[in-house]
Write a protein that binds this ligand. Structure first.
Ligand SMILES: Nc1nc2c(ncn2[C@@H]2O[C@H](COP(=O)(O)OP(=O)(O)O)[C@@H](O)[C@H]2O)c(=O)[nH]1
Ligand SMILES: [Mg+2]
Length: 240
């Protein structure tokens, strides 16, 4: 069987949707999750990365994805399109339930390698995004910041928004997280994103290969460099 290069996506398929951690598929394949406010461009980015137009459902109506959606790539890793946060019209009852499911997934999923925290690069820093990123760091979830929709403002504005966001994070973060910029509409930023995935997959494989073989699934996040840390002197972060 030919060796499948992770960066070269040769197959992509929708695997399943889950309402909570219990409904998620097996913990064998390394996972990379997309999260961010509703409408930030999570589903569009899944499609852009996988080179498809309709693998993930893109919606003009914010808050319509309520499940954790799993996509299997090259039969050896997964992208997970998570529900967005921050839209009031999602019923309060539902919103609480998916917040709990998403938080549990982010904190407890052992094969989660990296979260791509999507932030709209065409807007100045939003409180919800800042709070959410702080929650990720406080919970030691490995994440990379991805500024989306870089086509929707002029490059100088996007750059200023990113710098503003980073400078706000630096008030509580020990070191800045890796930061990427992309546009699903202008098809830019794909290679840098895939490189993050490629490197994480290599770390996971090396981590597993160097251990005494067991029947345990690969522990995604344990094989990777430490997540950006929130300084311990802060009051506890609010969940978003
Ligand atoms: N200008 C621009 N619009 C985008 C981009 N990516 C997504 N969108 C639009 O933003 C809206 C929400 O996209 P979607 O992927 O469904 O966001 P999600 O709710 O985070 O999954 C849709 O109308 C997309 O066409 C982008 O890179 N640039
Ligand atoms: Mg979506």
């Amino acid at each position: 069987m030919p060796v499948l290069e992770p960066v070269n996506i040769v197959s992509a398929r929708f695997e399943c949707s889950a309402l909570d951690l219990e409904g998620c598929p097996d913990e064998i394949l390394p996972e990379f999750a997309f999260i961010g406010r509703s409408n930030v461009g999570k589903s569009s980015l899944v499609n852009f990365l996988t080179g498809s137009t309709d693998l993930a459902k893109v919606s003009a109506k914010p808050g319509s994805t309520k499940t954790l959606n799993f996509f299997e790539l090259n039969r050896r890793w997964r992208l997970v399109d998570l529900p967005g946060y921050g839209y009031a019209h999602v019923a309060r009852k539902d919103s609480k339930k998916f917040n709990k499911s998403v938080m549990e997934y982010l904190r407890d999923r052992p094969n989660l390698c990296c979260v791509f925290a999507l932030v709209d690069g065409s807007l100045p820093p939003q409180a919800l995004d800042l709070e959410f990123v702080e929650w990720l760091a406080a919970n030691e979830v490995p994440f990379v910041l991805v500024f989306t929709k870089s086509d929707a403002a002029n490059p100088g504005t996007v750059q200023a928004n990113i710098q503003d966001f980073q400078s706000r994070i630096s008030s509580w973060c020990d070191g800045l997280p890796d930061t990427l910029v992309c546009s699903a509409r202008k098809l830019s930023g794909r290679t840098a994103l895939l490189k993050v995935i490629d490197e994480a997959l290599k770390s996971v494989t090396e981590g597993v290969a160097s251990e005494i073989p067991t029947n345990e699934p690969p522990k995604g996040r344990k094989s990777l460099p430490a997540a950006p840390r929130r300084r311990p002197d802060r009051d506890s972060a609010r969940p978003w």
